[in-house]
Design a protein around this ligand. Structure first.
Ligand code: ZN
Length: 164
């Protein structure tokens, strides 16, 4: 029997003001993305903003539907928009934030497993790590360099990839 241990790493900042200018600006864009959240059922608004290599910002927000499973998370709204429209412009970083009137969010909200899987595949596709900035507006900011620290056992099956 071999016991393996996996180490993950992330940085914690006390407030968004401690980030560098580009990252703190991206956090503001994530807050801007919250405005278009369609979340009348959960009342939990999530905003995501991605900065591409060209400097372009892509926005995503959670989109719910009365037919419950038809909705989608903010992260995948942004990621699929990128995949459909800007796949040749690498994603440098993604800031994610959330708001609700129902309770206080004390820690940064982390992406769900499905969003992490999509992030992982696009990160592999572009062959460049994506910086993930998790920002809770009145609390700490977590910065993760690359999706493997959030999803170390990502599903990526080399045999499913077409030879290039
Ligand atoms: Zn998700």
């Amino acid at each position: 029997m071999i016991k393996h241990e996996i180490k993950i790493a992330f940085k914690e900042y006390n407030a968004v003001e401690e980030l560098d200018q580009a990252d703190s600006a991206l956090c503001s864009e994530a807050i801007r993305a919250l405005k278009n959240s369609h979340s009348p059922y959960s009342k939990f608004r999530v905003g995501a903003a991605m900065r591409l290599h060209s400097g372009k910002i892509i926005y995503g927000s959670n989109q719910e539907n009365v037919a419950y499973p038809s909705g989608l998370c903010a992260e995948r709204v942004a990621l699929f928009h990128w995949g459909a429209n800007h796949p040749d412009d690498p994603i440098e970083s993604m800031a994610i934030t959330a708001q609700t009137d129902d309770f206080s969010i004390l820690k940064p909200v982390t992406p769900c497993g499905s969003c992490l899987q999509v992030l992982a595949e696009y990160e592999k596709m572009q062959d460049k790590k994506i910086k993930i900035i998790l920002y809770c507006q009145n609390g700490p900011v977590w910065v993760i360099d690359g999706v493997d620290s959030l999803l170390p056992f990502l599903f990526f099956e080399e045999r499913l990839t077409l030879p290039s």
